[in-house]
Design a binder for this molecule. Structure first.
Ligand SMILES: Cc1cc2nc3c(=O)[nH]c(=O)nc-3n(C[C@H](O)[C@H](O)[C@H](O)COP(=O)(O)O)c2cc1C
Length: 171
């Protein structure tokens, strides 16, 4: 059962998740990586079809190759690990939704361990380029990557958000 303290801690974790794109050169502990992988496994997904796979990369040369692909993925170059989500459902809305859920959970599980992360999107030919680097079979979608690592000093920029009343409106 969730107690008030647990709820406070959990909500605080959710609220404090920020994008981190600069990392220190330090590997991720095996226990944290195992937790993140288990969270991926238990992520809810469309009709529980589980038509996705997360490719986990901690080889620096491969991370640099991915960072060179077209998109907003340069932060993969300095990451301790990268997660690339591969999907193959018919209907891109379903794939995109699953990717969003999985990506957010990876980031939250990492954050719970003090590990920073950011989403990055491959765009245009960057998607085929990333698929080639990772030897993904034809017909599968490669779009979303997450870079992970311990935050470098100054990596946590101040967050900007609209006032609550603009983002949530009681009707
Ligand atoms: C669908 C989606 C795509 C994103 N794509 C990128 C991206 O390609 N590159 C990147 O550096 N950040 C990307 N982000 C991260 C956003 O820039 C980040 O969540 C936003 O700026 C808020 O950051 P903050 O929580 O640190 O304030 C993406 C986020 C989402 C939800």
């Amino acid at each position: 059962m969730t107690t008030a303290t647990h709820a406070d801690e959990f909500v605080s974790l959710l609220k404090s998740l920020r994008a981190v794109r600069q990392f220190v050169d330090k590997p991720l502990p095996a226990a944290a990586v195992r937790d993140i992988h288990e969270v991926i496994r238990w992520s809810g997904n469309a009709s529980n079809r589980q038509e996705f796979q997360v490719l986990w990369i901690d080889d620096r040369a491969t991370l640099r190759q991915l960072a060179d692909q077209k998109g907003y993925v340069k932060h993969l170059a300095g990451a301790a690990a990268g997660a690339v989500i591969v999907t193959w459902m018919e209907g891109d809305e379903l794939n995109a939704f699953d990717e969003g859920r999985i990506a957010e959970r990876i980031m939250l599980a990492a954050h719970a361990h003090g590990i920073g992360s950011s989403i990055g999107w491959f765009v245009g030919e960057g998607r085929a380029g990333a698929a080639k680097v990772l030897e993904v079979p034809a017909g599968r979608t490669v779009r979303t990557a997450i870079s992970l690592g311990y935050p470098a000093e100054g990596a946590l920029r101040g967050a900007r958000r609209k006032p609550l009343g603009e983002l949530v409106r009681r009707v």
